[in-house]
Write a new protein. Structure first.
Ligand code: ADP
Ligand code: MG
Length: 698
């Protein structure tokens, strides 16, 4: 079998030498034939034997060898799904969705039928589902409800080398499941990094190597450091397009903004050329996690004859997604990662140089289907001297609030004793525990409080969960629910480059003077009263997809509220209490007015600015105190989503941080009491009504 495969391989490479490109290959072969060309196919029997004989194994293979799409199908084909299902975790949402779609096509079944996926707020699986792709975060939450993961026969922990926060926690949890359930199997897959470490963690389990099939990649460095890598990448891509042999291009950028800027610049250059009819077609395709799924899928489509594809991606294309036919890689050398920033006391996405391992992985993408070239927009000395050898696991660099909450609810009392592969710095754990204590989720001895237990139920960051639960206490959960949902989706405001003024004016119409949060509430409410119409969104420069997503999120959170028997209360138009609820969850992010439009963080003293898109900024309203959702670091430290608050609220809701000289009677207690009285009254009326009814019946 191996031999046949090898010959096919040679023929395959021959195709490419003739410049036919993989698109032609994909076009001329059925899906079943394509499956048989993958490296993993040649060792299928051997792999299945090792799986049969071991409870845990580690599978290592080059990206694109077929681990993610094939392994689950093999397990299904040989009957592991007769009792239980096969789950496969991914660190990225995009990968979970895209791979599930591909596998459902290969198995000729509707997505959501035999093959499905689940990501936060979206479950596309059904009673027929036997292969389930999901984010590692989703599986982690499932362990809350079912600590033995009874419904799974096998879990494939894919992309383990990414060392995402949830994957790292799952390692510890699954190790226990493996010990408890003899009928359960675990397969850990990884690109070439870290395999030995994974094997050691589970007690020296076998490591299975999928033979690679890669071609040499020539690496070219920049002679001098690149000042503007967007510009650098655009120039390089155009040079390749005009002068080099056929083959698609893959550019690595750090995030959505840069990707859009790059695509825009490429489009412009192509238009200039088109007028002179000098270049063949270039298909410019962005991919990043917030891009709508239908646009994401486009990167896999074949370009029309003679056209070249140019994919502009975040590090999602490093290992999670493999697009065939890439011959040229342009690497900026940077990526965005989430790090805990002690100065701000919170996580922030920041741009960092990638590690050498990641850079090599990026380069490797050019050598999947033939000899390729990688253009590094940094110097060789930067590669050798400035880049870390491998990435720092997320668990060692981010806020652990959610993890602590989750582990506490799994009754793991001493977090410092949990079986972490690489334990987080003790300081991080303590810091996260402190934040949860501040939010009232942990008590003085570090146990979950009533509110803490409820917070665990929501797939939300702890402050957002707190906001919802405060909404319950203040009688405005309906309003808070909408705000939380709107904060859980990408911005719904649409701002096309060629209609900036018009769209800004459109956004202003929704402004609520005191608050960006209330502005979001206002948008949602108006959309509701316009029957959730799409054309209404277009007229008002709103992304209909974003709003629909918010509506879905809302209904899922509502289901959770129902299971917790928390009734939906509304405060009508008394939106002050909504601001209190926001304040109760975000007082750690509060800022005091210092100069014109200039604030300083109340606790840390660092400057924070109102964002130009903020309602407060737009209407020139500068309250003395605000709380904000997030701080974004671009040219300045901008507060994202700000809301005016009263200083007394800060003192009352965050007494561990703030106090006021002589606080009047408590506003919040007053509101709470008002609400309690109202509820008591309603209950009274209700029981009266029941008595009346009973009387009538008698
Ligand atoms: P690995 O997990 O080992 O990196 P995959 O199973 O993801 O490999 O990929 C195997 C092959 O399937 C690759 O050649 C890739 O191009 C193809 N593939 C994966 N997802 C899709 C998709 N959504 N559309 C088209 N081809 C896909
Ligand atoms: Mg994969």
């Amino acid at each position: 079998q191996g031999e046949i495969d090898f010959k096919q391989d040679a023929k395959f490479a021959q195709h490419l030498k003739k410049g036919e490109g993989v698109s032609d290959f994909a076009k001329s072969k059925t899906l079943a034939q394509q499956r048989q060309y993958l490296p993993i196919f040649s060792i299928r029997e051997e792999l299945l034997r090792v799986i049969r004989e071991n409870q845990v194994i580690v599978v290592v293979g080059e990206t694109g060898s077929g681990k993610t799409t094939q392994l689950t199908q093999y397990l299904h084909e040989v009957g592991y799904t007769n009792n239980g299902i096969v789950g496969c975790t991914q660190p990225r949402r995009v990968a979970a969705m895209s791979v599930a779609k591909r596998v459902s096509e290969e198995m000729e079944t509707e997505l959501g039928d035999k093959v499905g996926y689940a990501i936060r707020f979206e479950d596309v699986t059904g009673s027929n589902t036997v292969i389930k792709y999901m984010t590692d975060g989703v599986l982690l939450r499932e362990t809350l409800k079912d600590s033995d993961l009874e419904k799974y026969r096998i879990i494939v922990m894919d992309e383990a080398h990414e060392r995402s926060l949830s994957t790292d926690v799952l390692f510890g949890i699954l190790k226990k499941v493996v010990a408890r359930r003899r009928d359960f199997k675990l397969i850990v897959t990884s690109a070439t990094l870290n395999a030995q470490k994974f094997s050691d963690f589970f007690g020296s389990v076998p490591i299975f190597h999928i033979p690679g099939r890669t071609f040499p990649v020539q690496t070219l460095y920049s002679k001098t450091p690149c000042e503007d890598y967007v510009e650098g990448a655009v120039k390089q891509a155009m040079a390749i397009h005009i002068t080099s042999a056929p083959g698609d291009i893959l550019i690595f950028m750090t995030g959505q903004d840069e990707i859009e800027a790059t695509c825009y610049a490429l489009q412009e250059r192509m238009e200039q050329l088109a007028s002179k009819k000098e270049a063949p077609k270039l298909l410019i395709l962005p991919i990043y996690s917030q891009l709508p799924a239908d646009l994401q899928a486009k990167i896999f489509e074949n370009a029309e004859d003679g056209a070249r594809k140019c994919i502009v991606a975040t590090n999602i294309a490093e290992t999670s997604l493999t697009v065939d036919g890439i011959f040229y890689v342009i690497d900026t050398g940077y990526g965005k990662i989430k790090v805990y920033n002690p100065r701000m006391g919170m996580d922030a996405l920041q741009v960092f140089p990638v590690s050498r391992a990641a850079a090599d992985q990026r380069a490797g993408r050019a050598g999947r289907t033939g000899p390729g070239t990688c253009y590094r927009l940094y110097t060789e000395s930067a590669y050798l001297n400035e880049m870390l050898p491998s990435p720092v696991p997320e668990i060692q660099r981010t806020n652990l609030g959610n993890v602590v909450l989750l582990l506490k609810s799994l009754k793991i009392d001493n977090l410092l004793d949990f079986d972490f592969m690489d334990p987080p710095p003790q300081e991080n754990i303590l810091n996260s525990m402190y934040q949860l204590w501040v939010l009232g989720a942990l008590n003085n001895v570090g146990d979950l409080t009533d509110i803490g237990w409820k917070m665990v139920e929501f797939p939300l960051d702890p402050p957002l969960a707190k906001m919802l639960l405060m909404g319950e206490q203040l009688g405005c959960i309906d309003e808070v629910l909408t705000i939380v949902s709107m904060l859980s989706v990408p911005s719904v405001f649409f701002r096309p480059k060629d209609r900036v003024e018009e769209s800004d004016a459109g956004r202003e119409k929704f402004f609520v003077q005191e608050s960006d949060h209330l502005t979001l509430l206002n948008v949602y409410k108006q959309w509701t009263s316009n029957n959730y119409r799409g054309d209404w969104c277009n007229d008002h420069f709103l992304h209909v997809k974003g709003l629909r997503k918010a509506r879905e999120v809302r209904s899922q959170l509502l289901d959770i509220l129902k299971t917790l028997k928390i009734p939906l209360t509304s405060c009508g138009l008394d939106w002050d209490v909504v601001r209190m609820a926001i304040c109760s969850a975000y007082f750690h992010n509060s800022a005091r007015l210092k100069g014109v439009g200039e604030y300083v963080n109340c606790r840390k003293g660092m400057p924070c600015h109102l964002h130009p898109s903020s309602a407060l900024y737009g209407l020139g309203y500068t309250p003395d105190y605000v709380v904000y959702h997030d701080l974004i670091l671009t040219a300045k430290e901008y507060m994202q989503c700000a809301t005016a608050v009263e200083p007394q609220w800060l003192a009352e809701l965050g007494p561990m941080f703030f106090s006021v000289k002589d606080s009047d009677t408590s506003m919040i207690e007053h509101k709470k009491k008002q609400k309690q009285e109202k509820t008591a009254m309603e209950e009274e009326m209700e029981s009266l009504r029941k008595v009346e009814e009973d009387k009538e019946r008698e």
